[in-house]
Write a protein that binds this ligand. Structure first.
Ligand code: FAD
Length: 228
């Protein structure tokens, strides 16, 4: 299937959301991702395909990819993506992933490392749209004050007292101390961790060492990024 670019939305100085309309009807669960192929020349050894979360919620009726551009270190894929013009197309394959919410009534802790916030946007926007409970503490680490989706997440939090956001900026990191500080009872919630692979692995280990049951931990790994 193909997606046609309809809009490029700058989110922060180095992060852009790409909004696409699908050529056929497409459904997904908030938190799922797609495999994208973008043919371009020359192509570096990182190739012409990538996985990206669908950062749009299903009710928004379009696909959105939110990603960072690493300036001069960027891959040829990212350069080609950022060079796309409205009307240009990108190929996708089937929707995948189980980094989705089962029961919104339960308590959740969402841990995002930088651009790892993309699945959480989709999940939270859809809960808000459906007027379902948002029992979520979002711990959001970032290397600077340029927070992706800051305004739209804070608008939802302002109307949902059980949705709390805590930012952790470099050089601070999310660790056991920060989790205990912002999550007083760690035994109840289900923990969702999303972001650069090394960070997601490290926090998975931290949560296990803290005694969180494995079935209370869900992880979404973004390869190709250094730890936040
Ligand atoms: C299920 C899933 C969902 C994902 N969702 C998202 C998402 O929503 N948004 C998103 O941005 N990403 C997402 N990713 C990650 C995405 O697929 C890319 O791996 C990531 O964006 C990095 O892209 P890039 O390789 O083009 O590197 P770039 O973004 O161009 O570079 C990233 C950084 O890594 C360095 N780097 C990485 N690999 C190399 C290498 N081989 N050689 C030299 N330098 C290197 C670069 O120098 C740069 O500093 C997801 C991945 C998966 C598996």
């Amino acid at each position: 299937m193909k997606l046609k670019l309809t809009e490029k939305k700058p989110e922060t100085p180095d992060v852009t959301s790409f909004i696409f309309s699908p050529s056929e009807s497409l459904t997904w669960q908030p938190g799922q991702f797609l495999h994208y192929v973008l043919h371009h020349r020359p192509t570096d050894d990182r190739g012409s395909d990538r996985w990206f979360t669908v950062s749009a919620a299903p009710f928004e009726n379009h696909v959105m990819v939110t990603t960072r551009h690493a300036s001069e270190k960027s891959s040829t894929f990212k350069n080609a993506l950022f060079d796309l013009k409205e009307g240009d197309e990108i190929e996708i394959s089937v929707m995948e992933g189980d980094f989705t919410l089962n029961d919104p009534e339960k308590e959740h802790v969402f841990i995002a490392g930088g651009i790892g916030v993309t699945p959480f946007r989709s999940i939270i926007k859809q809960l808000d749209h459906d007027k379902k409970p948002i029992n979520v503490t979002l711990l959001y680490s970032n290397h600077d004050q340029n927070i992706v989706y800051k305004e739209e997440l804070e608008t939802i939090a302002a109307n949902n007292p059980n949705f709390k956001i805590h930012y952790i900026f470099s050089p601070e990191h999310i660790d056991e101390g920060k989790i205990r500080e912002f999550v007083p009872d760690i035994t109840t919630p289900i923990f969702y961790v999303s972001g650069p692979e090394p960070m997601v692995d490290a926090l998975g280990e931290t949560l296990k060492k803290m005694g969180i049951q494995e079935d209370h931990i869900k992880q979404d790994w973004f390869p190709g990024y250094p730890a936040e």
